[in-house]
Design a protein around this ligand. Sequence first.
Ligand SMILES: NC(=O)c1ccc[n+]([C@@H]2O[C@H](COP(=O)([O-])OP(=O)(O)OC[C@H]3O[C@@H](n4cnc5c(N)ncnc54)[C@H](OP(=O)(O)O)[C@@H]3O)[C@@H](O)[C@H]2O)c1
Length: 216
Amino acid sequence: MTMTKIGILGSGQVAKTLGNGFLKHKYNVMLGSGDVSKLAEWKEKGGIHAHTGTFDQAAKWGDIIVLAVKGLVAAEIIEMAGPQNMMRKTVIDVTNPIADLPPENGVLRFFTNFEESLMERLQTQFPEIHFVKSFSCVGSPFMVNPPFAQQPTMFICGNNEASKGQVVHILEQFGWGIADMGKVTAARAIEPLCMLWCIPGMLHNQWNHAFRLEKL
Ligand SMILES: NC(=O)c1ccc[n+]([C@@H]2O[C@H](COP(=O)([O-])OP(=O)(O)OC[C@H]3O[C@@H](n4cnc5c(N)ncnc54)[C@H](OP(=O)(O)O)[C@@H]3O)[C@@H](O)[C@H]2O)c1
């Protein structure tokens, strides 16, 4: 069986953590960066299924793409990676629209507003890409098979049902319960969960939690 190829745009903590998660679950992974030398150690430790390249190479190579770059430059990096390389592909959007401003009373500042999320902006700018918001509402140490006593919930949204199906499959492998909140518009509600998740950390240095949706 051919292994699914995951192209990850990013070289930061999230890119490496998810890259390792995909390797653990037997995917082929390429991390893409503007400076590939940053990723030499990750590649070395990752073994034969771990690859590195430019943003453009990772976007072209992946069957599924993960967008794990700074929110402020997300659109710019999709342009660098070549939107044509991601046409009709699932792009797992992990980004949060965090502004370059200090938090206020432990609350992060966003450059978006409640009428327009970052993922909506990206979906409008790149209509041929199938964005699915995921992994944005938890810190990177808990993205892959988190060790909580009860299964936490990942909130996802996106316009393409088949792409959301691919993400649901990945999230199940990664140990998550899934709450599908519908179309891209729901990113207006999902992205701010990052603010909420970070408040205990900013105020009390507590970072060991995740959200869980209880239902009757
Ligand atoms: N950290 C977390 O726990 C966490 C959790 C949930 C969601 N997120 C979101 O996931 C995304 C990735 O987060 P991260 O913490 O792994 O990394 P990050 O520092 O937010 O982003 C690093 C990536 O952004 C690229 N980039 C391009 N221009 C940049 C610039 N001017 N300044 C900084 N980075 C630039 C870097 O490119 P090069 O490769 O060329 O250096 C690198 O690949 C962010 O949108 C973040 O909000 C993070």
